[in-house]
Structures are given as C-alpha cells and as structure tokens.
Design a protein around this ligand. Structure first.
Ligand code: NDP
Ligand code: HEM
Length: 480
C-alpha cells in the first residue's frame, strides 16, 4: 500500500496527465480526434479477446513439479525419467464442450494437459480424465464435437444430436459409459485421475522400443457429484473447479497424483486380442499392471491467467528423446492438429511466449513472423547447411526404425472391432448403487430424444450387458 506511486504512461511510455477526462471542445464536447490516448485505450480494449480453444475452452491451470521416484530407465532413456529427477510442469484442466464462460460443474470429460519443461525440450502429454475416447478415427472428431456444441438453428445444445451420433457410432460406447457414470461429473479437478489415454512409446538407451500408457492417480481420492448436486452448485457458483483448485494451492494444500505407466514390449502388440493402438480400448491391468514411477504435485497458481493459461499451448507433437508416438491414428492426427490451432489462436511465434518457452536453449532457423518479440536470432546465420557454425542435426537422437506394412486404403475402422466387451466390463465392476446412478444419468441425458434413437442406443447397451439395457429402459419407463 505504501509503494511509491508510478506515473501512468501510454504503451509508448509517454506520461499520461489525465486518465479521467477526455479531451473536448468545451465542457459539453464534442470529442477531439487529437485525444490519441483515449483512442489507444479503446483500440487496445477492442482487441483484448483472442479466439478461444475450439474445444476445451474453459479451463484452470497450475504449475508444479514431477518427481521421479521409480526406475524405468530400462524402458526409456528420457532425461525426465532419470531416478530422482524433478521437472517443472504446467497442468491445465478443462471441460470439453463449454465455451470459455461455461460452468465448471457440468457432466463432461475433463482435459488433463501437462507440459513438462524438461532439459531436452518441452514434453506435452495432452490427456483427459478418462483412459479412452469417443471415436477411433480422426475423420470423426469434428463430427463428434459438433454434436457436443450448439445446434446451428436453436443455438442450444442438443441431446438428440449427441445420442444420434453415439447410437450410430458404437465405438463411443465405452467412453459414453464412463461419461454417464459417477466419474463423468467430478467434484473438482483435484478429485479425479488423469490418463495419457493413447498408447505412446518409450525408447531406451539400447534403442529398444516399448509401448506405454500413462496414468495419474489422484491422491485426493476420487470424488464425484450427482446431477442434482451439480445443479445446485452451478446455481450458486459457475467457477467451482477453478475456485477449488486456486484456493487449495493458495492455502498450501497442494494436490498430488501418483504417476504410473503400463508397459508392453514392442513385439507383443501383434498378439493382444484387441488393437493396443485403438483409443477406445484400455489395456487390462491384469495383463499390464501399473508401474509407479513418480509423483506430480501442483504448488503454484499462475500470476496472470491470460499470459500463463489462455496463452498456454499444449501439443501431442511435443515428445522428447526417449518418449515417442505410436501408430494410433487419432494420436497421429493430433500431432498435426494442435500446432495448427496454436498458429491460428496465438500466432506463428506462440512457442516464444514465456509460458511456452522451453527452459533449455532453443537453436533453430525459424525467423520473422508476426509478433516476433525476442532477438529473432540476431545476426546469426539463417540457413543450413552453412559454414558459420550454425546449429546442426545430431543422429544420436534418431529413433529405431518402426516396422510398418500394409496396402494403403481406407479401412473400415468398425469392421472386426469389439466395441462391447470393455464397456460391459466397466458396467460389471460398478456396484448396484453406481449402476442405478448410471441408469438415471442416462435417462436424464436422453430427455427429449426421439424414441427411435433411444432404441438404437439401447441395442448397444444390450450388447455390452443385458442388465445395462434393462436398467436404462426401466429408468426411461420404456418396455423392452
Ligand atoms: P480393474 O478392475 O483392474 O480396474 C478397473 C479400473 O476401473 C480402475 O482403474 C478404476 O479406477 C476404474 N474405474 C472404476 N470405476 C470407474 C468409472 N466409473 N469410470 C472409469 N473408470 C472407473 O479392471 P481392468 O483393467 O480389467 O479394466 C476393466 C474396466 O475398467 C475397463 O474395461 C475399463 O472400462 C475400466 N478401466 C480400466 C483402466 C485400465 O487402464 N485398465 C483404466 C480406467 C478404467 P481406480 O483404480 O482409480 O478406482
Ligand atoms: C484441445 C483437436 C482428441 C485432449 C484441443 C484443441 C484442438 C484439439 C484443435 C485446441 C488446441 C488449442 O487451441 O490450444 C483434437 C483432435 C482430436 C483430439 C483433432 C482427435 C483427432 C483428443 C483426445 C484427447 C484430447 C483423444 C485426450 C486424450 C485435449 C485437451 C485439450 C485439447 C486436454 C486442451 C489442451 C489445453 O488445455 O490447452 N484438441 N483433439 N483431445 N484436446 Fe484435443
């Protein structure tokens, strides 16, 4: 409070004499165009909003640390996994469908996007709070998302569109079952798990490849809301998740997650009864047990939401030596999609923004572009190869070859895929009370949906487990 007062300036640094009264001809006006300080103030204000994320627009984030407690150096040579290593992280949580001002306590998948500022560059693991997804081919992603967003005519969200799409896309059943279960409505971001969801790969010092899935198990315990509880919360507080996370960290009640992986030797992928690169499937724990590798703790709130959260960019393309991608076609497309979105949303130099800037040196030949606000490489050479000591490639970081074969074609991704067993397994592991809530949640979510669509969806529940279909039909008051 007793801080020495600073003089207000324009963005050009020129002292401002009056920030209260506009410049007018006489006390009654009109305004003078000469009042450029007033015009600058409004011109900047008019340009304050940037495009929101096309999905996952509403979110909250915090900084923290990933500490390695286990030893997985036999699977990955990544520096970030060296025993005892501590790495700074940024974790952004989000809901998927709502716009930037949407309420937090809504039934939806939650995003769980991590940026690890490693000494070998930024590793982004852009996951969700569910281990699977609604579709398995990237062709279907925009269609799916449109069913979650607003109807073009009514400008309202449409249960009919959602269930129409899901009932015509059986691969969605596993994720729909999670979404409609207790875990589809977490109490807060602290009380849910995170998953990398896709299969990724590890590469060890001998250049051997392993397939890997990432799991983040909340130490706060899983806690969820019923639809009724959420309705009451939203009535009083639209920012319940943001408030919970922000206050917990301000009060030094730092949330933590146990970090685990499942590992599959490279050759085993040929022999699993399911496609291990299919994003609608999990790897059963019985076959691939969780290996605990570390702990993730959030301990610092961002100082400025726009600079550090709205401008944050996470991309599945960003993997570091020792961690890589897999043939999962959804993951493959995401490798393109995110940086494309960032260039549109934040501009071509988005990775130079402080929150996205690697904490290790960056040596490259990209130059210029809008809002280039660092030294732009100074006078250093801007082409390669060159004779002036510019950065060069290092084959030591080459990945082992990936054996790929097959005729190029558009293969029907629904053919020969079992969309029902794992969804049924999930249904069967729920207690009778959890199943009852699942039936009720689905019945409420189907309110107003034409019976033809409802009956088509009931067929899918039936194939997962007859008791699943019977329970939903009963909750809907439908005869089977
Ligand atoms: P397990 O009995 O070993 O594991 C069951 C898993 O289900 C646990 O990870 C548990 O999470 C999780 N779970 C419990 N209730 C829900 C829910 N409502 N929504 C989402 N997850 C839930 O079984 P399997 O590994 O053999 O898998 C059986 C089924 O469990 C799968 O078909 C899948 O639907 C679900 N599942 C499996 C996961 C996996 O990676 N294998 C991961 C998450 C779900 P927690 O331990 O945190 O309580
Ligand atoms: C955000 C595309 C599937 C998790 C986004 C964004 C795009 C996108 C364009 C906005 C990025 C931005 O503006 O910063 C896609 C496409 C997918 C896909 C094309 C499938 C082909 C998935 C899957 C997951 C996921 C399977 C989780 C496993 C997220 C998260 C965010 C996000 C968490 C928010 C990131 C943040 O906090 O900034 N997605 N997505 N997406 N997506 Fe996806």
């Amino acid at each position: 409070m007793s801080k020495k007062k600073q003089t207000l300036t324009t963005s050009a640094g020129i002292p401002v004499a009056d920030n209260q009264n506009s410049l007018t001809a006489g006390p009654r006006g009109p305004l003078l165009v000469q009042d450029w300080q007033l015009f600058e103030k409004h011109a900047h204000f008019n340009r304050e909003r940037i495009p929101e994320r096309v999905v996952h627009a509403k979110g909250s984030a915090a900084f923290g640390t990933f500490k390695v407690t286990g030893d997985i150096t036999q699977y990955s040579k990544a520096k970030v996994f060296q025993p005892g290593t501590e790495t700074d992280v940024l974790l952004r949580f989000s809901t998927v469908a709502g716009e930037r001002g949407a309420a937090d306590a809504e039934r939806d998948v939650r995003g769980f996007a991590l940026k690890f500022y490693t000494e070998q560059g930024n590793w982004d693991l852009v996951g969700n709070n569910t281990p699977v997804f609604f579709v398995r081919d990237p062709y279907k992603f925009p269609d799916f998302i449109r069913t979650q967003k607003r109807d073009p005519r009514s400008n309202m969200r449409s249960a009919t569109h959602m269930w129409d799409f899901w009932s015509l896309s059986p691969e969605s059943l596993h994720q729909v079952t999670i979404l409609m279960s207790d875990r589809g409505l977490p109490k807060s971001y602290r009380h849910m798990n995170g998953y990398g969801s896709h299969t990724y790969s590890f590469i060890n010092a001998n250049n051997e490849r392993f397939w890997v899935k990432f799991h983040f198990k909340t130490r706060q315990g899983i806690e969820c809301l019923t639809d009724g509880e959420a309705g009451e919360i939203v009535g009083g507080d639209r920012e319940s998740h943001q408030r919970d996370l922000f206050n917990a960290i301000e009060n030094k009640d730092f949330p933590t997650w146990r970090v685990c992986v499942q590992i599959m030797p490279e050759a085993e992928a040929e022999n699993t009864p399911y496609n291990p690169f299919d994003l609608t499937k999990v790897w059963p724990h019985g076959d691939y047990p969780l290996i605990e590798i570390g702990e993730l703790t959030l301990n610092r709130n961002p100082e400025n939401y726009f600079a550090e959260v709205e401008q944050a960019s996470f991309s599945p393309a960003n993997v570091v030596p020792g961690i890589s991608h897999s043939p999962d076609k959804m993951l493959q497309f995401r490798i393109f999609s995110y940086a494309d979105a960032h260039r549109y949303r934040l501009g071509v130099n988005y990775e130079s923004l402080p929150v996205n800037l690697p904490r290790c040196p960056v040596h490259g030949y990209h130059r210029d572009g809008q809002m280039r606000f660092d030294g732009n490489g100074g006078g250093s050479v801007n082409y390669e190869p060159n004779s002036f000591g510019g950065p060069v490639e290092d084959p030591a970081f080459k990945e082992p070859p990936l054996n790929i074969s097959g005729d190029a074609d558009r293969y029907d991704h629904r053919e020969g895929n079992d969309d029902y067993t794992q969804a049924g397994d999930l249904f069967r592991l729920m207690t009778p009370e959890q199943q009852e809530r699942l039936f009720g949640n689905i019945a409420r979510a189907m309110d107003g949906v034409p019976e033809e669509i409802v009956r088509r969806q009931l067929e899918h529940f039936e194939k997962a487990d007859p008791a699943y279909a019977a329970g939903v039909a009963k909750a809907l008051g439908l005869s089977r």
